[in-house]
Design a protein around this ligand. Structure first.
Ligand code: CO
Length: 152
C-alpha cells in the first residue's frame, strides 16, 4: 500500500459504503494509520491508497502515541454544518508541497461507525472538524484544491 499522489484517478473516485468490516479491511486500516503517521499527516482517506470504500483515519496531533486523538471512521456522514465558515491553510498527503487556504465550516455534526460496529454521533469543532471535512471530501472525490479561497 502507498499514498497515491495527485492526479491519480483514484483520488477522484466516489467511494462506496462499507458493508462488512472484515479481516482484510482491518489490516488495510492498520496500514492506512501507519502511512498517515509516516507521512506526518493528520488524516488519510481510503481513496488515497486506492481503496474505493468510505473509510477514513485521522489524528489531529499526528502523534501515534496520542491514541485518544486517533479515529477510524466507517461510512461517515456529515449531518449538519454549523457555526459559520472560516479559511485556514491546508495541505494533503496526496499533494505534497501544496498548501492553500480552504473555506470550511467551523463545526460539524456527524455520524459514523467505528470498526467494532459502534456508532459515533458527535458535534466537532476546531481542527477535528477541519480534518473530518477534508477527509469526507476525499470519499466523494473532492480535493482541497477544489475549495481554495479566491485571492483577496
Ligand atoms: Co487530503
Amino acid at each position: 500500500m502507498e499514498i497515491l499522489a495527485y492526479p491519480h484517478k483514484s483520488l477522484r473516485q466516489v467511494c462506496e459504503p462499507v458493508v462488512t468490516v472484515n479481516a482484510e479491511l482491518r489490516e488495510q486500516i492498520s496500514e492506512m494509520l501507519a502511512l498517515m503517521y509516516d507521512g506526518e499527516g493528520a488524516g488519510l482517506a481510503a481513496s488515497q491508497v486506492g481503496i474505493p470504500l468510505r473509510v477514513l483515519v485521522m489524528n489531529v496531533t499526528g502523534d501515534p502515541k496520542k491514541e485518544e486523538h486517533e479515529h477510524v471512521f466507517i461510512n461517515p456522514v456529515i449531518k449538519n454544518r454549523i457555526g459559520g465558515r472560516t479559511a485556514i491553510e491546508e495541505g494533503c498527503l496526496s499533494l505534497p508541497g501544496d498548501f492553500g487556504k480552504v473555506i470550511r465550516f467551523k463545526r460539524v455534526k456527524f455520524q459514523a461507525y467505528r470498526p467494532d460496529g459502534s456508532i459515533v454521533d458527535a458535534t466537532w469543532s476546531g481542527l477535528n472538524a477541519r480534518v473530518l471535512q477534508h477527509e469526507v471530501d476525499h470519499l466523494d472525490g473532492v480535493l482541497f484544491i477544489d475549495r481554495l479561497k479566491e485571492e483577496e
